[in-house]
Design a protein around this ligand. Sequence first.
Ligand code: M6R
Length: 604
Amino acid sequence: MSCGIVAYVGPRKALPVIFDTLKRLEYRGYDSAGVALLVGKEIFLAKQKGKIKDLEERLKDEDIPSKMGIGHTRWATHGRPSDFNAHPHLDCSGKIAVVHNGIIENYNELREELKAKGHNFRSETDTEVIPHLLEEYYQGDPLQALQKAVSRLQGSYAVAAIFAGVDKVFFARKDSPLIIGVGEGENFLASDIPAVLPYTKKVIVLEDGDTGFISESEYVIFQGDKRIERKIMEVPWDQQAAERGGFEHFMIKEILEQDQSIRDTLRQRLHEDGDIDLSEELAPLADKLPNLRRLFIVACGTAYYAGMAGKYFIESILGIPVEIDIASEFRYRAVPIMEGDWLILVSQSGETADTLAALRDMKQKGVPTIGIVNAVGSSIARESDVTLYTRAGPEICVASTKAYTAQVTVFYLLGLYLAKVLKGMDVRPYGQELLTIPHKVSQVLAKREEVEKMAEELYKERDFFFIGRGMDWGVALEGALKLKEISYLRAEAFAAGELKHGPLALIYDGVPVVAVVTQEALRDKMISNIEEVWARGARVIGVLREGDPLQESLAMSFTIPNTIDYFTSPLAVIPLQMLAYYISRKLGREIDQPRNLAKSVTVE
Ligand code: M6R
């Protein structure tokens, strides 16, 4: 999992700024939190197990005269969540404090080496080797010490370090995200852009191998031993977009944004006449396009389920084989690569470790790569040959919703564009239908009270099953993932045709089975599967097309506006997202930050 780090230097009181920025990174992990502040020639340290607000409460009466500091919200990888293991970590003298996101793979040997030199370790973390290495190498130049220290590290890191008596925050980055927020007379570091948005919209996305420092008046970046400049990016999101906007949870806010995020994702790519143009975005791969023979789609979790819609759609519209893999499987599988193979990586955060590793492996083998990514400037976005952004805006809730529908939308655009270019297909009739999807999504969103009522009847159940066929199978899987991750109820999805090969044994009297039936071509087959679970006493809840007479026979159902079979997934998934949300709300769960999960999974 991952952690969030922040740093501030400027004229404001540092502690409130650090808490404020850190809270917007809590989605990255929230088992412990800590801050270290420069107070004259000393370092003030406070850290503890629990959430940021617990630490904030503890420090609320302290008036610490500090204008510079670092903060951390942790997700345990090495060492259980505890006060000792919380970051920042100090060197032996207490004069150097470090926060870190990532994993130091060679920490055991470094720890032994440092212990032999007399260093005293106080935690079980891999991170603690960093302040001790800094102590070892520090001879008056903190940056030099940091550069030397990180040259000893194997693994991934985004590091921020402060030294007593030095009014600069030093940083280093490799395989873990880190940005500089460039303010007026103040500067910030953070693991992700939303952290700094209330203060500045100017950010620099640091690259692997970057080291440097921020001070009140400047920022300095080195790549190796060369000082370099990196482009300042103006972030188009406003602060509102990254905040809850008055809703009780980010999740419902993000569910309700899906008409807009799909519209944004289609913008400038899908024209009014239904024509689709991705030529500029795909330009870096244009000369290789005629050789495309097979696609691999690789992703994790929800992004993988979005990839399932992509596979079914592209195979059908383009007629080329599309293989889909879970990134953690793909990267360790002996995948036979052939001439004409391309790889598509799908990721909301653009930082998922397994997906990123798959990208790097395949790039090395010369496979052309396309990233379907939401987070601007993230690693997958930067390293893919081509990035098709999903334009869903910041997704804060750990459970992914608007990223999924935007990812599926990009697959529609890509599939149609490839069909136009490679097969000479007139894609405009499909494009025209695709243009209607944002409005149809609003129609679905407008019926959220129907789903809330369903949730009231269902929230006391303990087991849920989801079934579907074809593209509806992917939707069923995504619906089950949503429900289990935020409600902690058992929710399993099956390809409906598989029921009689085992899962049917799980069906008992009254158990809810959510049947997604939006694929006209497979409706009769689904009805047979519904009969199978009915016969065992299941209570069937349907997600159906408007006007489907099946509605009359079902215990409960939700209908979606009509469209062609290909385009039902973004409509059908929404009632399932809402069902998960309302059931979990009835159960009083911590919806935006479910237990044991983090938003961005930057370690394997
Ligand atoms: O950032 P990514 O899209 O690469 O993340 C992939 C999964 O970790 C993510 O979709 C996860 O499954 C979500 N919590 C699901 O809601």
